[in-house]
Design a protein around this ligand. Structure first.
Ligand SMILES: Cc1cc2nc3c(=O)[nH]c(=O)nc-3n(C[C@H](O)[C@H](O)[C@H](O)COP(=O)(O)OP(=O)(O)OC[C@H]3O[C@@H](n4cnc5c(N)ncnc54)[C@H](O)[C@@H]3O)c2cc1C
Length: 311
């Protein structure tokens, strides 16, 4: 039985773990990956006190600190949370289950999927949702990027420095990304724009061999031979496995009060999974510390943490 299980090892979850461990709470942090969305930033300049660095490097520092204070990291995807008597049971996709007295939900956002044939089959074997993480695998190879926002356009530009050829496939005739970035995209000789087009199918046997695309105006279908496909169409909040316990808003974000309490006693939430404004790494970290201190206060019957040092 853990005192606290934290779901998600992004900035919010790992900061929460540092705080709960320093309060000597037996803490497990369960996550699909270490670092979350911050890993996707190749140059994070607005996290104070560290200087500019790769997001992965910053998140490694969070991990070492949390582990150093005693947090146990368990890798896996949480698919179910149940309230059983006075505790919670957290079940993972691989069937493992862990019990805890309190729960901190810090699992941020997940990349949106296309929902097309072959996407799930080839995820991690040619289909990726993270240019920064996987671009180096495609040196001198052909790749496609799906999307039209900043992440897709910046992703295509980053890939163009490594890959031989980059197709950027976008459903509209213009990009939503910043004008200056779109200009760079249009000028880049390695990048071909495939506009008014939607992906239909990922083609491949053991690995990705290509992508089939349909022009939404002419309905003409065309295959592009690529080794890698990067899906950059934004993120969603997946609260499906906790909605029977906590209240969510119309965007499916978990509603919290100013101390990160959810609508369910003993369940706290922090970071991008909540409606917190200006979703940033430093804000997620700050919210993580709040959730942890409030969790400690709850576990100690309101006696634990000092709410305001000036009183
Ligand atoms: C491309 C990009 C660039 C950005 N650049 C900046 C920047 O320069 N500066 C800045 O301050 N912010 C930046 N941000 C925003 C910042 O990264 C986020 O606000 C921050 O990462 C939120 O942290 P979080 O811990 O709440 O969630 P996340 O970072 O989303 O972490 C959530 C964690 O939960 C895990 N998880 C998800 N679902 C489950 C599940 N079911 N079971 C177990 N684990 C799960 C994930 O694997 C992940 O580890 C950027 C975001 C993106 C996408």
């Amino acid at each position: 039985m853990y005192d606290v299980i934290i779901v998600g090892a992004g900035a919010a979850g790992m900061t929460a773990a540092i705080y709960t461990c320093r309060k000597k709470l037996k803490t497990a942090i369960i996550s699909i990956d270490i670092g979350g969305q911050t890993n996707l930033t190749s140059h994070i300049e607005n996290y104070p006190g560290t200087g500019a660095m790769h997001g992965i490097e910053l998140m490694r520092k969070f991990q070492y600190e949390a582990a150093g204070f005693g947090a146990e990291f368990i890798m896996g995807k949480v698919i179910k949370v149940d309230k059983i008597d006075n505790s919670f049971k957290v079940t993972l996709a691989n069937g493992e289950a862990y019990d805890c007295k309190a729960l901190i939900l810090a699992y941020g956002k997940v990349p949106k999927s296309l929902g097309i044939e072959g996407e799930e089959k080839f995820m991690g074997r040619g289909v990726s949702t993270c240019v920064t993480c996987d671009a180096p695998l495609y040196k001198n190879r052909d790749v496609a990027v799906i999307g039209g926002g900043n992440s897709a356009v910046e992703g295509a530009l980053e890939l163009a420095t490594i890959a031989k050829k980059v197709y950027i496939i976008h459903r509209r005739d213009a990009f939503r990304a910043d004008e200056i970035t779109v200009e760079k995209l249009k000028e880049n000789q390695n990048i071909e724009l495939v506009l008014n087009s939607v992906p239909i199918k990922v083609i491949g046997d053991k690995n990705v061999d290509g992508i089939e695309v349909e022009n939404i105006n002419t309905k003409e279908r065309k295959e592009f031979n690529v080794d890698g496909i990067f899906i950059e169409i934004g993120y969603i909040v997946d609260t499906s496995f906790v909605q029977h316990l906590v209240k969510v808003n119309e965007k499916k974000e978990i509603i919290v009060d100013d101390k990160c309490n959810t609508s369910h006693p003993g369940i706290f939430a922090c970071g991008d999974i909540t409606p917190v404004l200006y979703k940033q790494t430093v804000i997620a970290a700050g919210e993580g510390s709040k959730a942890a201190l409030e969790c400690y206060r709850w576990l100690t019957g309101g006696k634990g943490a000092v709410l305001d040092w000036t009183h």
